[in-house]
Design a protein around this ligand. Structure first.
Ligand code: SF4
Length: 345
């Protein structure tokens, strides 16, 4: 039996080519496009402005998606964490966070199965690298959320499993689909990297840029090398000038992600060094409270330490936010659910 065509993840031109191949019009492609991306249906039967005959024909030769929700956890704060399974049995995590109000729905998506970067505080690093996600597999994460909740995602952050800049082509194609097909503004899409310098330069040279977030987590070489092996290849001394140029060339402010870990990188000295490091770089700082897991010995920082750290950075003129703790009662840090599922199964 011939394999059925999978329609989600196709852009409008690809859908037009598909409808043409089955003797249907461009208009039909546009209808299918809207049902998939804007109304998030999972069954051709739900495409009510298509004739019954067309719906039956489509069901015979195509499917909308082939991904499954393998596990789902809902936090008391509304955060939903999905473990999504692809056709080859590999799984990734996708998280839906609700901020401020129901209109601000942020999807935190994965770009790879596992990750090769080996950050010491990261649950995904324990999985190792398995493979890159395809464009369609990235897009399917947002579609899965929309189908499951009936809500429209408004913001997307590439902060789930994997290093997005090590899968740049597929991530950029997915961003194009998110922007054009889902109609999510480019400034509402954030790509977070641990600092892959050549790819940051490539992003800077593009016509459009998503918001760039840098996972810094330490203000100097020795400590960062301990926490993030990527520092050996792309040290802060080379990364910071690239970030400065990126902000100047693109006119976009960079988000600096800094996870505070007790007695590791949360000292007053670290805060002062960080302020100095970021002087002259157009950036906002996002402090993240470490979310402990049972795989390492890191601890959550004290509340007063966090406030002191924030204060020092603010004194240097930076805008600082503390990322709201989301889904603390579920396995919400990236990689935690996959790890747990692997251990349990
Ligand atoms: S923090 Fe990001 S880059 Fe580092 S190991 Fe985890 S997924 Fe990879």
């Amino acid at each position: 039996m011939e394999e059925k065509e999978i329609l989600s993840g196709k852009n409008l031109d690809e859908l037009k080519a598909f409808t043409k191949s089955i003797g249907e019009s461009d208009f039909r492609a546009r209808q299918i496009h809207n049902w998939i991306y804007l109304k998030s249906v999972s069954d051709f039967e739900q495409m009510t402005d298509l004739s019954k005959k067309t719906r039956e024909k489509l069901a015979e030769i195509a499917v909308i998606t082939d991904v499954k929700i393998k596990n789902k956890q809902v936090s008391h704060d509304g955060t939903i964490k999905y473990l999504i399974e692809y056709a080859d049995g590999n799984c990734v995590e996708t998280v839906l966070m609700r901020f401020d109000n129901r209109a601000n729905l942020t999807a935190c998506v994965s770009s790879q199965v596992g990750c090769a970067c080996g950050c010491k505080f990261c649950a995904t690093a324990k999985l190792g690298f398995v493979r890159n996600l395809t464009t369609r597999e990235i897009v399917e994460q947002i579609l899965t959320i929309q189908r499951d909740t009936g809500l429209k995602v408004s913001n997307v952050v590439f902060m789930g499993q994997g290093e997005p800049l090590l899968n740049l082509d597929n991530v950029l194609s997915a961003i194009e689909i998110l922007n054009k097909n889902f109609q999510i503004g480019i400034r509402r899409i954030t790509v977070s990297t641990c600092g892959i310098i050549p790819q940051i330069k490539k992003l800077a040279a593009m016509d459009f840029q998503p918001t760039l977030a840098i996972s810094l987590h330490a203000p100097e070489h020795e400590l960062r090398t301990e926490l993030m092996p990527v520092e050996k290849k792309y040290p802060l001394s080379e990364l910071m000038p690239v970030l400065k140029n990126y902000a100047e060339d693109t006119g976009r402010r960079i988000t600096i992600e800094y996870t505070l870990i007790r007695d590791c990188n949360d000292s007053v000295e670290c805060a002062k060094k960080l302020a100095l490091l970021l002087a002259g770089i157009k950036s906002n700082i996002n402090l993240i409270i470490y979310n402990p897991n049972d795989k390492d010995n890191f601890q959550k920082p004290e509340k007063q330490t966090v406030q002191k750290f924030k204060y020092i950075l603010e004194q240097s003129g930076k805008k600082v936010t503390i990322r709201l703790e989301r889904g603390a009662d579920i396995d919400a840090a990236c990689g935690q659910l996959s790890n747990k599922y692997r251990n349990d199964s």
